[in-house]
Write a protein that binds this ligand. Sequence first.
Ligand code: SF4
Ligand code: SF4
Length: 408
Amino acid sequence: MSTKAKLARNIRPLAEYRNEAHRCIRCGMCRMTNPDFVASHKYSDNCPRGTRHMFESFFGSGIYEIARALTADPPELEINDRLKQIIWTCTTCGNCQDTCNAIKGLEPTNTMMALREFLIKQGVSPFKEHEGLIKSIINYDNPWLSPRTTRGKWARKLKDLEIKDASKEKVEVLYFPGCNASYVAEMNPVAEATAKILKLAGVDFGILGNNERCCGSTAFRVGAVNWFEDYKKKNIEQLNSLGIKTMVTACAGCHSTFSHSYAEDLDFEVVHIIEYVERMIKEGKLEFKNELGMKVTYHDPCHIGRYSGIYDPPRTVLQALPGVEFKEMERIRHYSWCCGSGGGVKPAYGDFALWTAHQRLEEAREVAGANTVVSCCPFCEINLGDAAKTVGMEVMDLLVLVDRALGD
Ligand code: SF4
Ligand code: SF4
């Protein structure tokens, strides 16, 4: 059974998860990949923070025990820095929940989200790095302290494409690049490639440019849920006023946030660009001319994989690219190892995020024999990319490969 419909959707109050805590039988299944799918012991671990720290409290079962102890009357746990570390090193990757939900029907990842919300409501601050991200979204509508006036800069380089301004003229499809592809220089090529592909396929699309606002994902994942609920209202108002049929995004975080946390309030479909590219290939709208001559493996981002069940489209697209030799790693699809960046982990625990990424790169090289890891999420690509620089590997976005294979 897949938990995709349950991850991040309808996160309930912590008291409800507390009432389920007794159903955790300490079976330990949330510590490892489903045994039916394990190819080797070396790559059977599934939980980054548990594997790193090897204490019960860092695994899915520990989440339930912490939820129970914190909501006891009187509380049985002191809120200190160690507890904060346990709670905020979870990448919210959903791996424990995917396994546990299938056998016990429990939701350890959602319980972790409820724990964070519970603590923040009690005045327990997340880390200064998280506070900085939230303040930046309040002041600049992005987590990177970058001015609003530079959000659409990437598109100004592509004058020939005559990309429409969706806030001024009606378009069928809105391309929402998100904060990473808009502001982070090494991620700009993702936005550029996406726009070029949409143009080439003849899609009637536009962007919001400097009027685009953060989806709020980072704040939501660290637990600032009340704040997020308030912030998203303006986004809903703006996006619904555009009259679009479809929103496409090339960011797994934006996709997950819009399709789970906004979905009921939006008047249009939200599609990850790789699903859209798959559709366009099947409809004969994209024709590949260039041989790429590459050997690659694919990293499933948690937020389009476990959270949204998008496993086949990236693989179909990769296999359609001429001259690409594609080999899988061991931990794939539902059981993919997280990149280490999510849940606000990278800004607060950068070393741990990089350790997690290195585990993935080792698997890519050892199992798939690939020096190039392809993915579909700027968050994954930034973290895996930072680790890759130190071991002579490279990380690429699938859209950039699609653009190269299409040629000019
Ligand atoms: S959280 Fe689920 S998978 Fe983990 S020990 Fe408890 S029952 Fe088993
Ligand atoms: S969501 Fe991921 S990092 Fe968090 S406890 Fe579960 S498996 Fe571990």
